[in-house]
Design a protein around this ligand. Structure first.
Ligand SMILES: [Zn+2]
Length: 94
């Protein structure tokens, strides 16, 4: 398991180029295990989306690297899983 600092490094790298499979696995594992980093990443993703909409022409560095759809869907799935953790689903699969 990587720590939060290593996670930050991977996250930074992922903005430049897709992560190697092993690094991506570490990234995902940490994201699932660390609510703090998940929350930070969600804030970051939200901030980037807001910046892109507010200043589409004044943020070339942000504009160059589109947000990976895969990352967004992973975030949503992780968030849904975290929410479900508090309230067990019952009545499914009868
Ligand atoms: Zn962390």
């Amino acid at each position: 398991m990587i720590d939060c600092d290593a996670f930050d490094v991977l996250h930074g790298s992922s903005q430049q180029a897709p992560l190697a499979p092993a690094a991506q696995a570490d990234f995902d594992a940490h994201l699932e295990a660390c609510p703090a980093c998940l929350a930070r990443l969600q804030s970051y993703v939200t901030l980037r989306e807001v910046l892109r909409r507010l200043a589409p022409y004044d943020q070339p560095s942000l504009e160059q690297v589109p947000l990976p759809e895969r990352l967004v869907s992973r975030l949503m799935a992780a968030r849904a899983a975290a929410l479900e953790g508090g309230q067990h689903k019952q009545g499914l699969g009868s």
